[in-house]
Design a protein around this ligand. Structure first.
Ligand SMILES: Nc1ncnc2c1ncn2[C@@H]1O[C@H](COP(=O)(O)OP(=O)(O)OP(=O)(O)O)[C@@H](O)[C@H]1O
Length: 728
């Protein structure tokens, strides 16, 4: 039926497309996107989803298949009417569902998809399926589309039709219930899309898009058959034979040939015959096939997964699974952790059950793939599924398999592993925090930047340990906002000068990671910005030196009493005069900044934070630095107000370099200004002469113009109020 015919029907009702859908349709209709064939992929995928739904329903409701027990998809092209028709015996749609699903309720992905396509140069429509608006891709090739559908929940079959971007119509199908159950979509092809009527081209496309569909797909196709000639033609032949009896011998073979003729016969041809890829032996599946399968299930048509694992679980629980590492982490991975991921499809004995379940712990929920379990009952309800013993066993097994896959990747292909870690490193760290069972294995998979190789985050804890110095018992690390910032830190000076390696932790999650993972393979982590740093081969500071600095240490302690509670001679510094070190239970400068950036207040956290902030810091001074030497050379009497001011400035700049926010920026800038005044010989107490003209008052005209404007905007606000009331 065409849209015009549907429009003429008596009970036809017209609806306007939801605005965003209308925009989407005009965008698709006018798109210059070349790979228009994807409409077929979307329609086959929708048909397969509809079949999955009715098959799932039939597991618990035996009457679900009463009107049509066949579960299949059939596709036919008709060159005469220039149409392609796709029919499925799936769940179908009621009149209301036709109205809502195909036009009035925009999916949440619609605007996202619009923005993506409108914003890109070539308007890549290919990803349409990811946004839940795949149906509308029909408008790439068709200008009129009719959908007939029959659901078990509606007595009648209805027909939906549209030939414009603004509206569509729905009517009771005058042909009656021709489908039994399911949906039939007829595309009236645009003139420039008639290439899709070509049978061979269509067969190639259907083959391409039906490979991973678990229902039979049939194509209405022609083949040549030899049949006996029609009676009339045969009689004529007989006459000829009679007339030329003498030629009988030589003609006899020809006669036999002529009695049959080749005719074109149409029939349904089954296109997809392969068993599901996960049921095949992994050795027999080609790499390309795995990639294509990923593209089909993830609806990412041109993506290539980083790696995959094909598992056959035997023994207690029999199942098959293929799990993929997607090429890119979902940018909202951490924000969406509270929600179900929908990344894994669960089948029970080849029947699709659901993708709304949790197979993996949150930190692994980025994996995409399928599981087909033999030991779950087919009629398992979605509610009890999660608690099922077999599913829990599969889940445990697959977590191990996933970790094996990561380990193998790290071993076989460093570059790919780097790509994987860049995308999923934070997720793994989260795993090391969350999972007591797998912490050690995950820790082995982590990679960091370090002073050994600051440019790439490729240092594993094992490789760090292999480079540790004699008697070094700790894994040294320092956190900061970036490698560049960390590299400037005074805390590194002595360690690096002595050849120790320091891990550079730049991600916010790193601090939490170390708190939850105090050591690795018997080596503890040591924050080089905190506490009393132990190298393992302590250089004893000479006692005399200690005595020489006693007085200065005491004076500094009193002068800076609000900030610090200890002054020690540093083992960390070589070139800087001093550094501020957090107490073991205190906050490093980096942590203070991180906590401040977290915003949202939380009572328990705030109490803990305050406790940590209140832990006073230690000031380390470098006995070899000229400034410290000179200060130590003075007697207490020589420590006048000027010296105190200078030491305060020195302390404040040290705080900045040690990563702490300044407590009083104004006081700091004032001190610096005083030093500069002294340096350039300016008076210390001369104030700046303020000599400026006051801004002019408003003229009478300007006042009037402003009043007029204000009155006008009051009217607008009143109008809007009235409008809002109307709306309500
Ligand atoms: N053949 C069909 N049988 C039953 N319902 C269908 C069929 N095709 C589409 N629908 C309904 O129309 C809705 C919209 O389809 P559309 O293709 O735009 O989005 P989707 O199927 O949800 O997502 P995707 O774009 O990923 O396929 C579907 O969610 C489904 O409810």
């Amino acid at each position: 039926m065409t849209a015009e015919q549907v429009e003429q029907l008596e009970d036809t009702e017209k609806f306007t497309f939801q605005t965003e859908i209308s925009r989407l349709m005009s965008l698709i209709i006018n798109s210059l996107y070349k790979t228009r064939e994807i409409f077929l992929r979307e329609l086959i995928s929708n048909a397969s989803d509809a079949l999955d739904k009715i098959r799932f329903m039939a597991l618990t409701d035996s009457s679900a298949l009463a009107h049509n027990s066949k579960l299949s998809i059939s596709i036919a092209a008709d060159p005469e009417s220039k149409t392609i028709t796709i029919t499925d015996t799936g769940i179908g749609m009621t009149r209301e569902q036709l109205k809502q699903n195909l036009g009035t309720i925009a999916k949440s992905g619609t605007s996202e998809f619009l923005a993506k396509v409108e914003g890109s140069k070539d308007g890549d429509v290919n990803q349409i399926g990811q946004f839940g608006v795949g149906f509308y891709s029909v408008f790439l090739v068709a200008d009129k589309v009719t959908v007939a559908s029959k659901s078990n929940d509606d007595e009648d079959q209805y027909v939906w039709s549209s030939q414009a971007v603004d509206d569509f119509v729905i009517a009771k199908d005058p042909r009656g219930n021709t489908l039994g159950r399911g949906t039939q979509i007829t595309l009236h092809l645009k003139e420039d899309a008639e290439e899709f009527l070509n049978e061979n081209a269509l067969r190639d496309l259907v083959t391409k898009y039906s490979e991973f569909i678990n229902f039979p797909i049939y194509l209405w196709s022609s083949h040549e058959e030899e049949v006996a000639k029609e009676a009339t033609e045969k009689e004529e032949d007989d006459e000829i034979v009679e007339e030329s009896l003498e030629e009988e011998d030589e003609e006899s073979t020809k006669k036999e040939e002529e009695e049959v003729e080749k005719v074109t016969v149409f029939d349904w041809e089954r296109i997809n015959t392969q068993k599901p890829i996960w049921m095949r032996n992994a050795k027999e599946v080609e790499e390309d096939e795995y990639v294509e399968f990923y593209r089909a299930i993830a609806k990412e048509p041109s993506a290539t997964p980083i790696s995959w694992t094909h598992v056959k679980g035997e023994g207690d629980t029999e199942y098959r699974s293929i799990m993929y590492i997607p090429p890119k982490v979902d940018p909202n991975f951490f924000q969406n952790l509270a929600e179900k991921a929908h990344n894994v499809r669960l089948f029970v004995k080849r029947v699709f059950i659901t993708d709304e379940f949790e197979l993996f712990p949150k930190w692994l929920s980025f994996l995409k793939g399928i599981v087909d379990a033999d030991d779950l009952p087919l009629n398992v309800s979605r509610e009890t599924l999660q608690q099922h013993r077999a599913l829990r066993t599969i889940s445990k097994h697959l977590v191990k398999k996933a970790l094996d896959m990561f380990q193998q990747l790290a071993k076989d292909n460093e570059e790919k592993y780097g790509q994987f870690f860049k995308e999923y490193g934070s997720a793994l760290k989260y795993g090391a925090i969350e999972s007591n069972t797998h912490r050690k294995k995950i820790a082995g998979l982590l990679r960091f930047s370090s002073s050994y190789d600051p440019t790439s985050p490729g240092v594993s804890l094992d490789s760090y340990i292999s480079r540790m110095k004699g008697s070094q018992s700790s894994i040294f690390y320092l956190s900061g906002m970036s490698v560049e910032e960390i590299e400037q830190s005074p805390f590194l000076e002595r360690l690096l000068a002595r050849g120790y390696e320091v891990l550079y932790l730049t991600e916010p999650i790193d601090e939490m990671l170390i708190q939850n993972m105090p050591g690795y393979n018997g080596k503890m982590f040591a924050n080089v910005a905190k506490g009393d740093l132990k190298f393992g081969d302590e250089e004893e500071l000479d006692e005399q030196l200690d005595e020489d600095y006693d007085e200065l240490q005491a004076w500094l302690k009193t002068t800076l009493a609000d900030e610090i509670d200890k002054v020690v001679l540093s083992k960390r510094l070589t070139t800087s005069p001093m550094a501020i070190v957090a107490a073991d239970f205190g906050l490093t400068g980096h942590m203070e900044r991180l906590m401040a950036a977290q915003g949202q207040s939380n009572k328990d956290r705030d109490m803990m934070l305050n406790f940590m902030k209140m832990q006073k810091k230690t000031l380390e001074i470098n006995p070899k630095h000229p400034i410290i030497k000179s200060l130590a050379g003075r007697s207490i009497d020589e420590m006048d107000e000027d010296t105190k001011e200078l030491v305060l400035v020195l302390y404040e700049t040290t705080a900045i370099r040690s990563g702490y926010p300044l407590a009083d920026i104004n006081a700091f800038t004032k001190r610096v200004e005083t030093i500069i005044r002294k340096g350039v010989g300016a008076s210390l107490d001369e104030e700046v002469e303020v000599d400026v003209e006051a801004a002019p008052e408003k003229s009478e005209e300007e006042k009037k113009a402003d009043e007029a404007y204000l009155e006008k905007s009051d009217d607008i606000i009143e109008d809007e109020d009235a409008y809002l009331h109307d709306e309500l």
